[in-house]
Design a protein around this ligand. Structure first.
Ligand SMILES: Cc1ncc(C[n+]2csc(CCOP(=O)(O)OP(=O)(O)O)c2C)c(N)n1
Ligand SMILES: [Mg+2]
Length: 605
């Protein structure tokens, strides 16, 4: 689909009277810009603040607002979420700049989301002046911290506050490499006002950036691969669970072949596209059926291997229970152990693992494929068994799909609009385009409808469960795809949306077309479910679960809110038959370069 983009991004907010960039730093913040340019950082999302006025000036009047180019946001949380979405859409890191104490406080939840999501982001900020005599009364005092990085240290990979201009390049190089080295994560570098605003006495040399690149993905030891390949080749029913694995192009390509080679069913988590939905071995949704029968279970960059292979505690008093049978062997490929922190328990339940592989899936999955191929070629694999398994799995797949289709049919004409109708109509409106889903979880909320077939075609969720992620992250995905011609689609809950609707202004302003659909149940419904459950357990009235949850009187008028930010919008759409025409109109608007929003009122579940 040809999407109209009226002007190149660089033409938006181009500064006047700034000569083309040439290295000649006069102030400390010019050296920051030199380094960011050398690192090829394309964009920084920000909300302005005096604590980095020096850097702001250098970005505009020295760097020419190019590499990095600024994207103005109306909340620091949005700035960080844009960077999170951008990375997941492109595999490239971008920056976010947040004002001292208060801007960083606003940014914290998004930094936590990125941390749990293992997404590299270069977060920068200002502080000080650290030299007290230079501080303006009141404001510079309340906005100077000892030490600013303390606020986020528990959920960034590294933070720093270089003390002198000469220390800036190394600090940024380390930050860059640390963030991108697997497991990835956000880093925070804070610049004292005087470091930024002071005149440069001795121009620090710019180190050759190429010599500070992150290392290649860590491969597994040969004996671990041999062992894993043998277990897989000899298993009655091996199962692969894959979650963030799909962020690696090498792993994504190799898994398709590996799964076919040995007929290994793959169960996906919600973080990325790990295996094309249409691949015969994609059995996502079949956990409860397959895991109890599996004799070898492999985790590939799982967010929560133990949790994924368990039944959740349904009632408050009931404990989680493993779905795996006694004697099942587990193999877990993950680098997560290298990023363990203690402030939250985002490391999840400790999984029992027979063969732990502390290596990068990008290296390991191709290694496993090569080892398994060799076993097949040497005739060490029972081909009959693989054939039978493939046939059995084809039946399981067909049964699952039939059940989903039946449910879709049964609920298609519901009023209010059913979730299956909602996800089905949105899918129908975009499926013939080259699309990317920025956020929304069709696989969880209405399985069996959306087909993901390409690398990074789905960008996952917040990672940290912090609401207000969807709008900013979608803008980041749209930024990443501004020049690819892909149709960016986002599906966001009404509650999540209302925490950060202003992010859409940034998309409109920087001309980042996208289709943004609000799944509106006029409630923070997830928590209504919790109140219903508690009321059941306590034998209290369930009918009060809506109190303090539902959004009525007045119902927020999403379409009007979005129009106020310059979006094209429609809604609320309540009639099931009005949904398709509304979505078609919206897609046409996106084609013409708009940020098009459709507010759809649908059943909560
Ligand atoms: C910052 C933050 N505040 C509160 C919550 C608790 N919470 C989890 S889901 C949810 C409701 C989300 O509402 P919505 O996006 O409309 O989705 P729905 O549950 O209605 O489908 C809430 C309030 C949270 N996760 N993050
Ligand atoms: Mg809701």
């Amino acid at each position: 689909m040809a999407i109209t983009r009226p002007q190149p991004l660089s033409a938006i907010e181009a500064p006047a009277n700034v000569p083309p960039y040439e290295r000649d730093p006069r102030f400390g913040s010019d050296v920051i810009v030199d380094t960011l340019r050398a690192l090829d950082l394309e964009y920084v999302a920000l909300n302005p603040g005096a604590s980095y006025r020096g850097l702001h000036d250098s970005l505009v009047n020295y760097g020419g607002n190019q590499k990095p180019q600024m994207l103005l946001c109306h909340h620091e949380e949005t700035a960080v979420h844009i960077a999170q979405g951008y990375y997941k859409a492109t595999g490239k890191m971008m920056g976010a700049i947040v004002h001292n104490v208060v801007g960083l406080q606003h940014a914290t939840m998004a930094i936590f989301n990125a941390w749990c999501d293992r997404v590299p982001i270069l977060v920068m900020g200002g502080t000080g002046p650290m030299e007290a005599g230079l501080r303006r009364p009141w404001i510079d005092w309340i906005h100077t911290a000892n030490l600013q990085g303390n606020l986020v240290r528990d959920y960034v990979k590294w933070d720093d506050q270089p003390h002198a201009v000469g220390d800036v390049p190394e600090s940024l190089l380390r930050a860059y490499r640390t963030a991108l080295t697997s497991p990835g994560g956000p880093v925070y570098v804070c610049f004292d006002a005087e470091v930024q605003e002071g005149a440069v006495q001795n121009v620090p040399p710019l180190p050759p950036v190429g010599r500070y690149r992150p290392a290649r993905p860590v491969p597994a030891p040969a004996e671990s691969i041999e062992q894993a390949a043998q277990w897989l080749a000899n298993a009655e029913l091996p199962v692969i669970c894959a979650d963030r694995m799909g962020r690696s192009p090498e792993a994504f390509a190799a898994l398709q072949e590996l799964a076919s080679l040995l007929a290994i069913p793959v169960l996906e988590g919600d973080s990325s596209v790990n295996l094309p939905t249409r691949h015969p071995m994609n059995l996502t949704g079949g956990s409860r059926r397959l895991l109890p029968e599996a004799d070898v279970v492999v985790g590939l960059d799982m967010v929560d291997f133990a949790g994924f292979t368990s039944t959740p505690p349904v009632k408050p008093a009931r404990q989680a229970r493993s779905l795996l049978k006694n004697g099942a062997r587990t193999i877990n490929v993950s680098m997560d152990e290298l990023i363990l922190r203690s402030w939250t328990t985002d490391y999840q339940r400790l999984a029992a693992v027979d063969l732990p592989i502390l290596a990068d899936v990008g290296a390991v999955v191709p290694q496993l494929l090569a080892a398994c191929r060799e076993l097949v070629e040497k005739g060490k694999v029972d081909r009959g068994r693989i054939q039978r398994r493939a046939e059995h799995l084809a039946n399981v797949r067909a049964e699952m799909q039939a059940a989903w289709d039946k449910e879709t049919e049964a609920t298609w004409n519901d009023n209010p609009i059913s979730l299956r109708r909602f996800f089905g109509e949105v899918y129908n409106a975009v499926k013939n385009e080259d699309w990317v889903l920025a956020t929304g979880r069709p696989g969880r909320m209405a399985p069996g409808i959306w087909e993901f077939n390409n690398l990074r075609q789905f960008c996952g969720d917040s990672g940290g469960g912090g609401l207000g992620y969807g709008p900013g992250a979608s803008v980041g995905v749209a930024l990443g795809h501004r020049d690819t011609g892909k149709l960016v689609v986002a599906i966001d809950g009404d509650g999540d949306f209302l925490m950060a609707p202003q992010a859409l202004w940034t998309a409109v302003h920087y001309k980042l077309p996208m289709l943004f659909i609000i799944r509106n149940n006029r409630s923070y419904y997830n928590d209504e479910e919790h109140q219903q459950l508690i009321a059941q357990v306590r034998q209290r009235p369930e009918e009060n679960a809506w109190i303090g949850m539902r959004m009525g009187d007045p119902e927020p008028d999403m379409a009007t809110i979005c129009r106020g930010f310059g979006c094209w919008s429609e809604g609320p759409v309540e009639d099931p038959d009005a949904l398709k025409p509304a979505l078609d109109r919206a897609v046409e608007q996106v084609r013409q370069g708009a940020v098009a929003v459709v507010d759809v009122v649908c059943k909560p579940r």
